[in-house]
Design a protein around this ligand. Structure first.
Ligand SMILES: Nc1nc2c(ncn2[C@@H]2O[C@H](COP(=O)(O)OP(=O)(O)OP(=O)(O)O)[C@@H](O)[C@H]2O)c(=O)[nH]1
Ligand SMILES: [Mg+2]
Length: 313
C-alpha cells in the first residue's frame, strides 16, 4: 500500500468510526430499503425517511433524498442491488459540495490568519490546537493567540497545547481586551515570519450583541495589522446540538463574516446528518470535521468520503 493510501485508509477509518452512531441510526430501521431494486417498496421508503429524520438531516432533505431514491429505483435500468446506497451517496455528496466565499490566501511572506469563533464549549480551543498540530506537521511556523481572555482557565488550556506542540503563544492577563491580544499576536507572527496565526476566541452566545461586536473589533484590528486578515473565519459548531447551529451561524455570519464551518464531536452523536441540514440552510462549506479529543482527530471535510462513510457498511 502506498503511504498516501495508508494515510487515506486510516483517515477513512477514523471518519467511519466517528460516524458509526449516525450510520447505525440511519440504517437501524431501513432493513430492506437498502436492498430495494427497481420495484420501490413504500414501507421500505418510509423506513428510509424515518432513518434520515432520526439522523437529523432535516425533514425537507429527508423527503428529497427519498424522492431521489424512489425516482431512481423506479427506472428499469436501475436493477442493481444497492440503488439506495448509490443514490444516497451521490445526493449527499452533491448537497455537501458547497463552494462558499472565496478564501483569500495570505500575501507572500505574511502569516495566514485564522479566527476561530463559536458559542460556548463547541470545541474552538481543541480545534485551534488540532490545526496548530497539522501546521507543525506540515513544517509550518505557527503562532497561537489566546484571545479568550474571559477566564484564566481558557488561557491555561491553550498554553498546555502550545507547550505540547512546542509553538509560541501570545497571551495577556485574563480580563484584557481580546483585540489587544490579537494586535500583539499579529505583530509577533509578523516578526517571526510565521506561516500561520491561529486565534482562539471566547465562546459567546450569538444573541449577545456586545459580545458579537467584540468579534468585529478583533476582525478590524487583525485587518489593520496584516493585509487581508483574518483570511479565514471558522465557525465551530457542535454536531451534538444539531439544528441550533443554524441560528448560531446566522448571527456569526452577520457579525464576523464566516468563511467556513468546523463540525465537532461527530464521533459523539447519532445525529451527524445535521451536517446536511446546516449546509442546506447556510450554503457555507464545511472545512473540517472533529472526531475526537486528540490533536489527530481532525479531518479535512471531503463530501464524497463523508457520504461513503455515512452510507456504506
Ligand atoms: N468527542 C469529541 N470531543 C471534542 C471534540 N472537539 C472538542 N471536544 C471536547 O469538547 C470539550 C470542549 O472543547 P473546547 O475546545 O474547550 O471548546 P471551546 O469551544 O473552546 O469552549 P469555550 O472556550 O468554553 O467556549 C472538551 O472536553 C473537548 O475535549 C470532538 O471532535 N470530539
Ligand atoms: Mg475555548
Amino acid at each position: 500500500m502506498a503511504p498516501e493510501d495508508r494515510g487515506r485508509s486510516s483517515v477513512f477509518a477514523r471518519l467511519k468510526r466517528g460516524l458509526f452512531m449516525t450510520h447505525t441510526e440511519l440504517f437501524a430501521k431501513v432493513g430492506s430499503a437498502v436492498r430495494a431494486t427497481f420495484e420501490p417498496d413504500p414501507a421500505a421508503l418510509d423506513a428510509l425517511e424515518e432513518g434520515l429524520v432520526a439522523a437529523d438531516v432535516g425533514p425537507a432533505t429527508a423527503a428529497e433524498l427519498v424522492a431521489a431514491v424512489k425516482a431512481e429505483a423506479g427506472r428499469r435500468d436501475a436493477a442493481e442491488q444497492d440503488v439506495v446506497r448509490r443514490v444516497l451517496k451521490a445526493e449527499i455528496t452533491r448537497r455537501l459540495s458547497v463552494r462558499g466565499p472565496e478564501v483569500a490566501g495570505a500575501a507572500a511572506g505574511s502569516p495566514h490568519v485564522i479566527l476561530m469563533v463559536g458559542v460556548n464549549g463547541t470545541g474552538k480551543t481543541t480545534t485551534t490546537a488540532k490545526l496548530a498540530a497539522r501546521g507543525v506537521a506540515a513544517g509550518k511556523s505557527v503562532v497561537l493567540a489566546a484571545a479568550d481572555t474571559f477566564r484564566a482557565a481558557a488561557v491555561e488550556q491553550l498554553e498546555v497545547w502550545a507547550s505540547r506542540l512546542n509553538v509560541p503563544l501570545v497571551k495577556h492577563a485574563s480580563g484584557a481586551d481580546p483585540a489587544a491580544v490579537v494586535h500583539d499576536a499579529c505583530a509577533a507572527a509578523l516578526a517571526r515570519k510565521a506561516d500561520l496565526l491561529l486565534v482562539d476566541t471566547a465562546g459567546r452566545l450569538h444573541t449577545k450583541h456586545n459580545l458579537m461586536e467584540e468579534l468585529s473589533k478583533i476582525r478590524r484590528i487583525a485587518a489593520r495589522s496584516i493585509p487581508g486578515a483574518p483570511h479565514e473565519v471558522l465557525l465551530v459548531l457542535d454536531a451534538v446540538t444539531g439544528m441550533n447551529g443554524v441560528a448560531q451561524a446566522r448571527e456569526f455570519m452577520k457579525s464576523v463574516g464566516v468563511t467556513g464551518l468546523v463540525l465537532t464531536k461527530m464521533d459523539g452523536t447519532a445525529k451527524g446528518g445535521v451536517i446536511l441540514a446546516i449546509v442546506r440552510e447556510l450554503a457555507l462549506p464545511v472545512r473540517y470535521v472533529g472526531v475526537g479529543e486528540t490533536a489527530d482527530d481532525l479531518l479535512d471535510f471531503d463530501p464524497a468520503a463523508f457520504a461513503e462513510a455515512l452510507v456504506d457498511d
